[in-house]
Structures are given as C-alpha cells and as structure tokens.
Design a binder for this molecule. Structure first.
Ligand SMILES: Nc1ncnc2c1ncn2[C@@H]1O[C@H](COP(=O)(O)OP(=O)(O)OP(=O)(O)O)[C@@H](O)[C@H]1O
Ligand SMILES: [Mg+2]
Length: 755
C-alpha cells in the first residue's frame, strides 16, 4: 500500500502540486515577465538537495590524530556557525540565498553529527575550534564544499544560464541564416484564398514543403499534389506516405508543422495558419519552421494580426516581409435572430459545441426530431472525420445537419450554409493547470464562423448565428472585432539543451530539469514566450520511476498524447516499462492490452474506449519512427488501426443509439465504475473542486477520471515490480543518436541493446 501511495502521489504531483505553471498566452506576456521575476526569488526551491553519504573516509584518521569529537560540543559549534552574520554574508557571496542556506546548514549539521568518522581535515578543524586553537569561521570552506555537493548547481549557474539563453533563436538555424530568403505573407480572413495562392506557387516550384497545423490538412495537400501530377510525400508524426516510392523521395513534401525539416533545402516552403505561432502548447513548432526553413521563398498564410510580429522577427534575421492581402471570397452574414430551438435546424446547418457532452445532447435531440446528423470532434480518428464530412457534404445524402466541436475550425472542407454557436464559452486550462470556462477568442470565433459559405461549394453565401438569444449580441460583437495582433511567438527547450542541463545536474529528474530550465531561461519577451511544458512534465513524472536513458526519456515525453485519457496514459507507462526492459513492443502486446479483435461499440463508453485505443495505436506508430528496433510491428498496428477507424466510424454513425444504450445502462447500474465512466465523458461539465474539498488523492484522481480503478491496480503492480529491479541512473547517456528526426529538433534515438 505504501508503494502504491508513492506511485499515486507521483501522478498527483503531476496533476496538482507544481508551484510553477506556465499557461502562457500571448495576451499575458507581461504577466509572464513579472512572474519570472517573482520566481527568481524562489527558483532555488527547484534545486533538490543531493544526499551526501556520511563516513566519507573508511578509516577514522581524524580521531587517531587528535582524538574523538564530543558530539554535544560539535553541535554547539555547528549551531553557532549557522547563526553567524559573517557566515551568512559569505553564503550569499557564494550563491546561497536564504532558502539554500537553510537547506545546506541542515544537511551539513546532519552530516557532521551522524558521521562516525568525518574527513580528516574537517575533523581537525572542529578539534582545533573546541580547543580554542581555531576560529569558528574556519569551518566555512568545509561547509561550502559540502553545500556544493548538495547543490551542484552552485558551481555551474553561469553555465546553466548560458545554456538557457534563448534571446536569439534566429541564430540556432545557421543554414537558414546563410541564405537570403524571400518571405511572402498571405494575409486575410478565412476563405479568402490564402492557402490556395501559396499552394499554386508551391506546386509550380521544383521542390517544396507544405507545413500545416493538422494531419488532415497535410494529407489534403499530399492528395492534391499527387492528383495534379506533382509527386509529393506525406510526413506526420505517425505516418509516412510516398508520392513515388519509399526509396526515392519526392521533391515535394506535405507535413505537420512539428515534422518540418530544417536541414533540407527547398525552393518554396508554405507555413499555413501562422497565427498558431502564438499557441501556448504548439507555438514553438511554427517559430522553428519560420526561423529554420531553408527555402528560397517562404510563404506564410494566416491572420493579418500576425504581420507585425513576423516583421519584428524578420528584423532579427535581416529579412523583409512581402505582403499579399486577400478579401473573403464569399459573403458571410450574421443573422438577426438566434436559433432558439433545435426545431429550427435547417439543411446545411452546423451546430458548434465546445464540449463532448453538448455534442451528445445536441445530436440526440436533433435525431429525436427525425433528422440525421454527422458528428465531428477532435478525438475522432481521421478516417471517421472524413467519412462524417463526406456524408454531410454529399448533396445526395439524407444527412444535412452537422454537430461539431471547434475541431472544424481548421482544415476540413465542409459544405456549411450556417454556423450556429451552441454556446460562446469554452472550457480551458489555466496557468495552474486548472479547468476554467472562457469566452471564445475573436480569432477562434472568426475561424469557426468562416467555415460557413465556403467558396465553390453548394452554399456560397454563409450565415452565422447563436443558439441562445442572449448570446447573439455578444456573438455579433465578437465577430465584428478584429483579432488581437499577435504579441509573441512560442519557444521550447531542445533535447540538446536539456541534455546539457542533465550533464550539470545529473541527479535531477527530467521534469525538474525542465522546471529549472524554464525558470532560468532568458527570453526576449518582446518577441517570444516559453511554451507551456505541463504536458511534457506530466509524462516525465509518470515515467520517472521507469529506468530509461535520458534521450529516450525525452523522446517519450514528447509523445503527443492526451493526458486526460487514463487508458492512453496507462498504456504509455506500460510501453515505457517494456521499452526499459529492452523488450520489443509487439503487435501481440498491443492486441492483448487493447482488447483486439475489436467489437462494435454498444454504448458511448465503448466508443470513448475505442477512441483511446486508437490513440494508443497512434502512440505506437509515433514511437515506431523514433525507436525502430523496439517497435517492429508498425505495419500490423497500422492495419489494425485502420480496422478500428472503420469500427469507430460505424459507432459514430449510430451515435444516438449508443447514447440511448448508455442511458439504459446507467439506469440499470449504480456502481462506482459507472459513476466514474459517466463523469469521464462529462468531465468538462464538472465543477472545479476547491483544494480543501478534494479528499484522498486516489479518490480525487478517480473522480476526475484521470485514473481508473484498473489503472490504479496496474500502477501498483508496476511499482511493486520496479522495487524488485536493480536501481539505475536516471541521467544515462547510453544511447546513440544519429539522424535528425525533426521533432522539435530532437534526434532519432536507436537504442543500444543492453547486454
Ligand atoms: N482563385 C481560386 N480559384 C479556385 N478556387 C479557389 C481560388 N481561391 C480559393 N479557392 C478555393 O476556395 C476555398 C478557400 O480557399 P483557401 O482554402 O485558400 O482559403 P483560406 O484563405 O486559406 O481560408 P482559411 O483561412 O479558412 O484557411 C478552397 O477550396 C480553395 O481551393
Ligand atoms: Mg487556409
């Protein structure tokens, strides 16, 4: 039980106890700056003291030379020493602030009292002081030696600060700086032909790369280019497809922005949806692409509000921005009345919700009125999303209404006549990692509204309205606003930088290293901000007890998984454990753990679970590109994943029936599990608990749906097994790193098999 508690507290630490949360949006950069300042005073608390072994010398030479030390006397000297003003001043001069002083004094006192034999030099100093032959301040050099062992950063603060000096990210990309790039900014509202014009240039070039925000968009470009006779490869985190063949790379590439190569020269590069550069989580990928692409022409597409920031960044690269402005190609009208009731839904309507719970409610109610619905939300597999989009777009299909989350804001081509905002508030995570409800931003409202009346679809005049009449005025106000100009672009520490940190602080956990990095780094906050590292830290802490080399640990923590999905998280942990034992993660392993062969979902809970399984397979594929030898069965996993996508598709086609079954089950069962499951689906509606009312950690995690009973028992087993394994250094560099992987600048890591 003790072990499992520790295991759970590990998870909890991730979820609740971090003092530093960096939910940084561009709008609160000033705040960040101040917060950084504030943290400067307690950044010391991030440095965890290293335990120093007592009895450093095997033989008690000191006692032989000058006799044994009286412990009570020794304690008196130590207490006096720690209270002396001169000593405190010396401490400050040597980088020990009051927090570190307290820690180091305590550690030094314990060390001196508990040691049976002190190092001979220290022993003699104490003996001299006791006999009036030495001064109490003479202890200081020995204390400092101890303090530097306990806090190794004292000796390398300057190095650490240098490593995390992020003031000139433009200089990280010498290949891009070596050429003169032509930067073209295609600015305009949604549906104005920005991407279209950039793509025309891309397709006419000899070589080109398209960097998009979503797999679906990259896939669309890949398909379009190949259809037009321009062979094009597809590169996403989990997939590679080839326009010609695996052995002959095409001259054109369509990729997700995180996968952008900053080592390959191109004639034309397109960076789509550049306003995402301000995204608190993913912004760093756009910054990296914008600064690092080696292309004669870099075409960026997006909101006009990004222009000033891009121009300022270009001042640091010595480039100029050519601007091409576009107007919306079709008309978009905000209606004068709200929808009021779902009875008023018409063909071509898309109701946009901001929670899955609302998606379920609305689709159920529309179907109850005898109308078919297509459903799209972020968690659905790509095949399912495309199938739902195709059903809705097909003029011959009887399904004329769509219910979607803001997942449709970017990417999919949908024939929408009218967008109806079911609500104007969206649950978000604040900077402390707590859930909050926020009114949607002007930018995202315009993106979503812009989906109506798409050029060259059956509905060329778009309409927008709200579901509730009380929201209509607010919606009108939001839509008449211009999106706030972007203030800064995201940055993220690279694996190399963290590896250097680990070299200096070998006893620190990866999560701790990230915290220290973020707190010590210097960023030019008139241009950049540090991206939120909470997801990374969450994963790092979850696998902290798993013995892994640092590089591999780093790559694992970059895996794009949703930490709100307990099944995916527990599989992540299992896979990491298997990897750490150097055992291949086979298709059999996936089948056994994911319940293959898959059955059609009967309830929404089944559907949610299948979505998690899909994500686990994505995780497998993602890892398979980074650790080829231990993930050898990507091909089989891909086939099974496709099969699963089809099963999920069928489930979503019958979503109303699943909802009915779920409700019937709910009435029949009253057990804990059911309660938990329902909460899990409706988690966005849950009120946030105050810390006082949170109760036991495990219960809290279970209630929040962040831990399942099954996962809890797995964790217990994991932990018990771990206790029986020999310990291993956390900062182990036993990996070879070779070719560049392009994921955040991290190298692909092929594991050396441990003998
Ligand atoms: N000149 C054109 N000829 C033919 N089709 C066009 C032209 N311009 C745009 N389109 C089509 O109109 C639609 C909208 O264009 P596009 O996707 O380029 O808009 P966008 O400004 O990038 O919108 P968003 O901000 O939503 O990404 C696309 O289907 C595109 O193919
Ligand atoms: Mg576009």
């Amino acid at each position: 039980m003790q072990n499992s508690r520790r295991c759970i507290s590990l998870l909890c630490a991730t979820l609740q106890t971090h003092s530093i949360r960096l939910g940084i949006g561009t709008s609160n950069m000033r705040l960040l700056h101040r917060r950084n300042k504030k943290h400067e005073t307690n950044v010391s608390a991030l440095f965890k003291p290293v335990q120093v072994q007592a009895n450093a010398d095997a033989e008690d030479v000191g006692s032989e030379l000058v006799g044994k030390l009286e412990k009570a006397e020794l304690l008196k000297i130590l207490n006096k020493f720690t209270q002396r003003r001169e000593v405190k001043a010396l401490c400050s001069e040597n980088g020990l602030d009051s927090y570190l002083q307290q820690q180091a004094f305590g550690s030094f006192r314990r060390y001196c009292i508990e040691a049976e034999n002190l190092p001979v030099d220290l022993h003699i100093i104490f003996s001299d002081i006791m006999q009036g032959a030495g001064h109490i301040d003479d202890v200081f050099p020995y204390f400092l030696r101890h303090a530097k062992t306990v806090f190794p950063h004292l000796d390398c603060m300057d190095d650490l600060k240098k490593i995390s000096d992020l003031r000139q990210p433009a200089n990280w990309y010498s290949n891009a700086r070596a050429i003169t790039r032509k930067i073209v900014f295609h600015a305009g509202p949604t549906n104005s032909g920005k991407t279209y014009h950039a793509m025309e240039r891309y397709l006419s070039a000899k070589t080109g790369v398209y960097c998009g925000p979503l797999k679906l968009l990259a896939t669309e470009v890949y398909n379009k280019a190949n259809e037009r006779g321009t062979p094009c490869d597809l590169v996403t985190g989990e997939e590679r497809k080839f326009g010609i063949s695996e052995n002959s790379p095409a001259n054109h590439v369509a990729c997700t922005v995180e996968m952008t190569s900053v080592n390959t020269p191109y004639e034309v590069a397109v960076i789509d949806e550049i306003q995402q550069i301000r995204d608190p989580q993913r912004g760093w990928a756009w910054t990296r692409a914008f600064l690092g692409l080696i292309a004669d022409e870099v075409h960026v597409c997006g909101e006009a509000g990004a222009l000033e920031l891009l121009q300022k960044i270009c001042e640091t690269t010595g480039e100029t921005v050519e601007i091409r402005r576009y107007d919306r190609l079709t008309e978009l009208t905000v209606e004068d009345s709200a929808l009021g009731t779902l009875d008023n839904v018409m063909p071509g309507d898309c109701i946009v919700c901001f929670s899955k719970h609302d998606i379920y409610t609305v689709s159920r109610e529309i179907e109850a009125r005898g109308k078919e619905v297509a459903v799209i939300y972020g968690g659905l597999p790509p095949g399912t999303k495309l199938a739902q989009a195709a059903k809705f777009n097909d003029p011959e299909n009887s399904c004329k209404v769509m219910v979607a989350t803001d997942a449709i804001g970017m990417g999919l081509n949908l024939s929408i006549r009218r967008i109806i905002f079911y609500s104007l508030v969206k649950p978000t995570m604040n900077e402390r990692g707590e859930r909050e409800i926020d009114t949607i931003s002007v930018s995202s409202a315009l993106q979503i509204a812009g989906r109506a009346g798409r050029y060259r679809t059956q509905w060329e005049h778009g309409y927008v309205t709200a579901f509730k009449s009380e929201d209509l005025q607010t919606l009108k106000r939001i839509l008449s606003d211009t999106p706030e100009p972007l203030k800064s672009a995201g940055l993220h520490p690279t694996a190399d930088q963290i590896e250097l940190y680990a070299y200096h602080l070998p006893n620190s956990s990866l999560s701790n290293l990230m915290d220290i990095f973020v707190n010590l780094c210097t960023v030019d906050d008139s241009l950049y901000f540090m991206c939120n590292i909470e997801d990374f830290k969450f994963l790092a802490e979850m696998i902290q007890h798993v013995p892994l080399p640092l590089r591999a640990r780093y790559v694992f923590c970059c895996a794009p998984i949703n930490r709100k999905m307990p099944f995916v998280c527990s599989m992540f942990l299992k896979i990491a454990r298997q990897y750490s034992r150097n055992e291949p993660i086979t298709f059999e392993f996936i089948k056994k753990n994911c319940g293959w062969p898959f059955k059609l979902p009967k309830t929404i809970l089944d559907l949610v679970h299948l979505e998690s399984v899909f994500d686990v397979m994505d995780l497998y594929l993602w890892l398979s590109y980074r650790f080829m030898d231990l993930f050898p069965e990507a091909a089989n996993v891909r086939i099974a994943q496709k099969e699963l996508d089809e099963i999920i598709q069928q489930g979503v086609f019958q979503i109303t029936r699943l909802l009915k079954n779920t409700e019937a089950n709910q009435n029949m069962q009253d057990g804990e599990t059911m309660n938990y499951n329902v909460r899990r689906i409706t988690h966005v509606k849950e009120p946030r608990m105050s810390s006082a009312s949170r109760g036991r950690l495990t219960e809290r995690l279970l209630a929040q749906g962040l831990l399942t009973p099954g996962m809890l028992s797995e964790l217990r087993k994991e932990w018990d097994a771990q206790q029986q394994m020999p310990p291993k250094e956390s900062a182990d560099f036993g990996t070879e790193s070779d070719d560049e992987d392009n994921y955040g600048g991290f190298k692909k890591t092929r594991r050396k098999r441990r003998k």
